[in-house]
Design a protein around this ligand. Structure first.
Ligand code: 5MY
Ligand code: ADP
Length: 362
C-alpha cells in the first residue's frame, strides 16, 4: 500500500483566509523512503556504489492539484545554495524546505502563471493526454503546488495575498553530496512571442557565440574538480564567452573529462536521456517553449566510488547518479500554427550532437 504523508497548514484568523491541506508525500531526504506507516526508513534503491550514492529519486510521490496554497513556516526554510542561474541567486532566489522541497519564487504574471499552468498541465491526471506526456512527466521536477511563507515579518494575518508566492518543486539534486549542475538554455529564440522590442534586443545581445549558431546558452554551472577536490562555479559570463569551437570543451570540463575516464559514462547516459526528450519534441505540437533549460546534474561522488565491475548499458543508465531535467517554463505558449517547436528542437539537437561528438572522441 502506498503511504501518503499529509502536509497541512492553516492560515490563521480572517474569513478570507485560505485553509490548505495538500496531500503530498515529501521528497525523501538522503537515502530514505516512506514505509507503509509513513515513517522514513532506509531505502534499498541505492545504486551499485556500496549504497553510498542515491541514484534515483523517490518515484511514488503524491502531489496536490496545484490549486491550493501551502503555508510554510519560515523556520522550515533555508536558502538553496546550489542555484547556478536564474533570477535572484542571492537572497531572493530558490529556497529549500527541511523536507527536501524546493521553493521557486513565482514570477509576476504572465510569466509565473504560465510556468505554474505548464506544471499543472503536465502533471494533471487526465487519461486523454497524449502519450508523450508520460515522457515529459519523467523529465520535469514534480510539482507540489504553490506555497506562501508564514513569517513574523510579513503581514500574514492582515492580507496573506501580499506574501510572495512560490512554486513547490522536487529538488533535482536531492541526495547528492557533491552536486554538479549545468543549466543549458534551449533555443535561439529565448523570448516570448509577445516580448517587447527592448527585451528582444537585450536577449539577442547575450550568448551570441552559441545562441544563434547552436540554439543553446550555458547560463551557469558548478562542478567538483575531482583532481583538486574543489568546487568550481562558472557564471553567466563564462557561458557568454563560449562559441561553437569551445562549447564541447566546456561540457567536458563539467564532466571532469580531464580527470577521469569515467566521465564517458556520464556523457553516455546524458546523451540517452536527451534522445528520450527529443522524442517528445519531435511529436508534440501543442506548445512552444522559449527560454527554458535542460538541467544536467550528477554527483561527483561517482568518481570517488566507481563501479567495481563492468556493467551493462541498461544497468548503468538506471544506477548512475545523473539526472537530466527540464526546467523554467515562464515562456511557454500554446502553439498556434500546429507546427513542431522547431526553435526548441534546433537547440536540443545541437546539444545531442555535442554529446555525440564527445562520445565519438577516441
Ligand atoms: O537582464 P534582465 O533583467 O533582462 O534579466 C534576464 C531575465 O529577464 P527578465 O528580467 O525576466 O526580463 C531572463 O529571464 P527570462 O528567461 O527572460 O524569464 C534571464 O533570467 C536572463 O538570464 P540569462 O539570459 O539566462 O543569463 C536575465 O539576464 P541577465 O541580465 O541576468 O543575463
Ligand atoms: N527543481 C529544482 N531543483 C534543483 N535546482 C533547481 C530546480 N529548479 C531550478 N533550480 C536551480 O535554479 C536555477 C534557476 O532556475 P530557473 O527555473 O531557471 O529560474 P528562473 O526562472 O529564475 O530563470 C537553475 O539554474 C538551477 O540551478
Amino acid at each position: 500500500m502506498r503511504s501518503v504523508c499529509k502536509y497541512s497548514a492553516k492560515m490563521a484568523g480572517k474569513s478570507s483566509a485560505v485553509n490548505v491541506n495538500l496531500l503530498v508525500q515529501p521528497p525523501c531526504l538522503s537515502t530514505c523512503s516512506t514505509s507503509s506507516h509513513g515513517q522514513f526508513q532506509k531505502s534499498s534503491i541505492n545504486g551499485y556504489l556500496n549504497g553510498k550514492i542515491e541514484t534515483k529519486m523517490n518515484s511514488n510521490l503524491e502531489f496536490g492539484d496545484g490549486s491550493e496554497i501551502v503555508l510554510v513556516p519560515e523556520e522550515d526554510l533555508q536558502l538553496f545554495d546550489h542555484q547556478v542561474s536564474g533570477h535572484g541567486t542571492a537572497e531572493k532566489g530558490l529556497l529549500k524546505h527541511k523536507l527536501g522541497f524546493i521553493l521557486k519564487p513565482l514570477q509576476n504574471p504572465p510569466m509565473g502563471t504560465r510556468e505554474k499552468n505548464f506544471y499543472k498541465q503536465v502533471f494533471e491526471k487526465n487519461l486523454e493526454k497524449p502519450e508523450y506526456y508520460n515522457i515529459l512527466e519523467k523529465f520535469l521536477p514534480k510539482f507540489y503546488g504553490v506555497a506562501q511563507i508564514k513569517s513574523k515579518s510579513n503581514n500574514w494575518n492582515g492580507n496573506g495575498s501580499l506574501a510572495p508566492k512560490y512554486l513547490v518543486l522536487e529538488n533535482i539534486i536531492q541526495g547528492f553530496t557533491k552536486p554538479c549542475i549545468n543549466d543549458i538554455k534551449i533555443g535561439s529564440q529565448t523570448w516570448s512571442p509577445d516580448a517587447s522590442e527592448a527585451k528582444i534586443k537585450q536577449e539577442k545581445s547575450k550568448y551570441t557565440g552559441t545562441k544563434f549558431s547552436l540554439g543553446i546558452c550555458l547560463t551557469g554551472m558548478q562542478y567538483f574538480d575531482v583532481q583538486k577536490n574543489e568546487k568550481c562555479k562558472k557564471s553567466k559570463d563564462f557561458g557568454k564567452s563560449l562559441d561553437s569551437t569551445t562549447v564541447n570543451e566546456a561540457v567536458k570540463e563539467f564532466f571532469n573529462a580531464e580527470n577521469s575516464p569515467l566521465y564517458r559514462n556520464l556523457v553516455k547516459v546524458s546523451y540517452e536521456k536527451l534522445l528520450e526528450i527529443e522524442q517528445v519534441f519531435s511529436i508534440q505540437n501543442e506548445f512552444k517553449i522559449y527560454g527554458s533549460s535542460v538541467l544536467i546534474a550528477y554527483d561527483a561522488e561517482y568518481f570517488l566510488s566507481p563501479p567495481k565491475t563492468e556493467i551493462s548499458s541498461e544497468i548503468l543508465c538506471n544506477n548512475i547518479p545523473l539526472r537530466v531535467y527540464l526546467i523554467d517554463f515562464a515562456h511557454v505558449h500554446p502553439t498556434e500554427d500546429e507546427q513542431l517547436d522547431e526553435n526548441y528542437l534546433f537547440g536540443l539537437r545541437s546539444l545531442i550532437r555535442i554529446f555525440k561528438e564527445i562520445l565519438e572522441e577516441s
